[in-house]
Ligand binder design. Structure first.
Ligand code: HEC
Ligand code: HEC
Length: 387
């Protein structure tokens, strides 16, 4: 009897002990953090990788799956070409020479005082730095003037993309009442034909045209000139493989830019210019300009604009379609909030702005050297409007 009691107790101890041991093991495995691969991929704002991590090609996200930053960069951005070649014609040096003259010629405006260069001064990064420009008669415009540098690479022209390319675009300001005010292509042609010095330049640029001096050819020449208005910067050399071109802080800024999601929209060769997106994608932004809706009439295009290129952005202030934002830091903070739904820290904003400065390129001073313009002929009319 005594023995059987002892045997029973031993048996119970063994069972309880085994169960306990099993449970502890079970509890332990359950409570151990799940392996990294089953954790949700972090999308929240994360600290940027250190410069050492970047140059070693280590992960952008600290969690899995791992992204290789250099590869991401090479997939997201590409260096500027020397020319934004059109698919439809071959840009010749003769077209470019003529196009430059026309770009600088104020006789393409109704008061003969305003050229493309008035609102897009080429020695100042191609923009006037005004909130909105003034027309030939001093009326303020509706939108901020974008830069003409690198613009030929964009999917379309203007804030709302209403013009397909730089050739078509250049006719708009010449005619527009609110800009150069010529109204009639025929009037532009009559002015150009009355200036004897233009004839050889048009003939050289358009050798197969029976009547080379036309509005379409003038527009094409201006477009051809714009297609070589490129401003490569240190960022291009960096992308081409020379990592020493960006300081560790600038590389950190690039990582922050990509990591928080700016490159969802500001992507590609011009770091923007290739997509249409809503201003206020996540948090509504207060603006009365309907943007692309005016072009397509589609409800989903309300407040949609062409994502601007960020090349030379440190020099092309003020910002947004209405030129309402003066400071780049404020602009970056607003983008974080309205486009990404993120409250960027002061540190992140400064880091991004540090990177954005590397997109300031070199102005091609020889290429933009103001040309000698041909003199009026005996029948060249004076300004239609005097002011
Ligand atoms: C009165 C000032 C003014 C003059 C003169 C002017 N522009 Fe503009 N330009 C603007 C404004 C404002 C915009 C933006 C308008 C919009 O998006 O609705 C613009 C936009 C552009 C764009 C679009 C760039 C982009 O990224 O989409 C190009 C290219 C351009 N202009 C070239 C020219 C050329 C070429 C001429 C001369 C034939 C010219 N402009 C004359 C004010 C001017
Ligand atoms: C969802 C797309 C989207 C995202 C994400 C986005 N942007 Fe933008 N960004 C735009 C659009 C669209 C505009 C032009 C809106 C307008 O003019 O009304 C713009 C304008 C800007 C401008 C003004 C440029 C100029 O020439 O006026 C800057 C600078 C800028 N963004 C930087 C950033 C930065 C930095 C980030 C990341 C923090 C970012 N953006 C994220 C779409 C986006």
């Amino acid at each position: 009897m005594k023995r059987s009691i002892i045997a029973f107790i031993v048996l119970v101890e063994l069972i309880v002990g085994g169960a306990l041991f099993y449970n502890i093991r079970y509890l332990y495995t359950e409570r151990t953090p799940a392996p990294a691969s089953s954790q949700p991929v972090a999308t929240a704002v994360e600290p940027a990788p250190t410069p050492a991590e970047i140059s070693n090609g280590v992960a952008l996200n600290s969690g899995a799956p791992l992204l290789n930053l250099p590869e991401v960069i090479f997939n997201l951005f590409t260096p500027l070409p020397v020319e934004a070649s059109p698919g439809t014609y071959v840009v010749s040096d003769e077209m470019v020479t003529l196009g430059k003259m026309l770009f600088y010629d104020p006789r393409l405006s109704v008061n003969q005082q305003m050229s493309c260069n008035t609102c897009h001064p080429l020695d100042r990064y191609g923009t006037d730095n005004l909130q909105v420009p003034f027309s030939h008669d001093g009326t303020p415009g509706q939108r901020n003037a974008q830069t003409v540098y690198n613009a030929a690479l964009h999917i379309s022209q203007f804030w709302d993309g209403r013009s397909p390319n730089v050739e078509e675009q250049s006719k708009v300001p010449i005619m527009a009442a609110g800009e150069m005010g010529m109204m009639e292509p025929g009037y532009v042609e009559s002015i150009l034909r009355s200036i004897p010095g233009y004839a050889p330049f048009f003939a050289a640029a358009f050798p197969s045209s029976p009547e080379p001096i036309t509005m379409d050819n003038a527009a094409m020449a201006i477009g051809a000139f714009e297609r070589r208005l490129m401003t490569p910067s240190r960022f291009d050399l960096f992308l081409a493989g020379d990592r020493s071109q960006l300081t560790p802080e600038e590389q950190q800024g690039l990582a922050t830019f990509v990591n928080v999601g700016c490159s969802n929209c500001h992507v590609g060769v011009t770091v923007g210019g290739l997509l249409y997106k809503k201003l206020g994608e996540i948090v509504p932004y207060d603006t009365s300009d309907l943007g692309r809706f005016n072009v397509t009439g589609l409800d989903e295009d309300k407040y949609v604009f062409k994502v601007p290129s960020l090349r030379n952005v440190a020099r092309t202030f003020p910002y947004l379609h209405d030129g309402s934002i003066q400071s780049l830091e404020e602009m970056v903070t607003l983008m974080g909030k309205h486009q990404l739904g993120k409250d960027l820290s002061r540190e992140q904003v400064v880091s991004i702005v540090t990177f954005l400065h590397t997109l300031t390129g070199e102005i091609p001073l020889d290429y933009i050297e103001p040309p000698q313009l041909p003199e009026n002929g005996p029948s060249t009319p004076g300004p239609l409007v005097k002011n």
